[in-house]
Design a protein around this ligand. Sequence first.
Ligand code: KG4
Ligand code: ZN
Length: 367
Amino acid sequence: MGYPRGRVPDRDYDRDVRPVTVLGVETSCDETAAAVVVDGRDVRSNLVSSQVDLHARYGGVVPEIAARAHIEKLVPLIEEALARAGVGYGDLHAVAVTAGPGLVGSLLIGVTAARTLAWTLGVPLVAVDHLEAHATSAALTIGTSPWPAVALVVSGGHTSLFLVRDYCDLELLGQTVDDAAGEAFDKVAAILELGYPGGPVIDRVARGGNPQAVRFPRTWIDAEHLDFSFSGLKTAVLYHVYGAGQKYGSVAHLSASQIADISASFQAALVDTLVAKTIAAARQTAVRTVVVGGGVAANSALRAALADACAAAGLTLHLTPMQYCTDNAAMVAALGYRRLLRGEIADLRLEPRAGLLRPALRRRRGL
Ligand code: KG4
Ligand code: ZN
């Protein structure tokens, strides 16, 4: 069973098949998503079913609950994505699926569904790396290909910088060694008892605060390497609120304006670091374009700071529109199309991976 790896049977998709209709499937974390994209750019449908309500009471994603919800939601969502796009199963030329990185139990649901569909329909299965999809998602709404570019991917699970030479030629320049940026937002919101998910609420509360009120650490901001670390920042907020040793103080003792100041100061420290590393990445790789994707790219302070810093450095900035920033399957179908054109077809025995699909794309530390 399965096509030989790297070969499409008797079809040249670049020349012989136009337009190419790809179904994208995304289940790497807590959003179930399906999309139909034609020729890698024309998004005919893009459906996302969020599980945020299921996980909110636990203050974070519970893998078992996420996987069970994917099982329930995925097939109806795929059918609706096809219906909204006005196509049937028989119109699909390929099925693209996120095969990693992510929660393996969640990925398994999407990968199994995609394998089954590809086998039943007799069309190629394309494995897509979730981070590469985020890194290239800005291109969905830009008329031309923006590459080469430095891509900042900031989400609840990841904080990474890529050099994107082309859709299928990415190099990982740096990533967080501990918490992701969104995770830091979520944890700081939990410390401040602001609710989950924390990013949007901190963004809002911080607008009424002073970003210079507390000087939180900006880990490795001046270091030449492009890795991030946010766990120290999170701990600094914890100690600021509860006191060293966590014996004294609590959120109950803080006024609304103190909470706003802490939120704004935390956000400023995180944003400063993200922006400095992104600009450093562009300088080190001599690239003139920056693209940004992932859920944290919704953050108003980050968007404003990136716009200022890129303008000052003479860089072109493309912020991915919101519907393609948070987890979605349009970005998966779009990148799947590019991989299909290159004949990068997955074996039907495709297994999900918790880590990057191509670990070798990691650039050596120190550039
Ligand atoms: O990309 P995404 O939807 O899912 C993951 O792949 O993780 O990102 C979700 C993350 C959450 O941590 C959430 O708190 C954060 O994005 N987020 C924000 C904002 N909106 C969502 N973080 C900061 N500011 C926001 N406005
Ligand atoms: Zn994501």
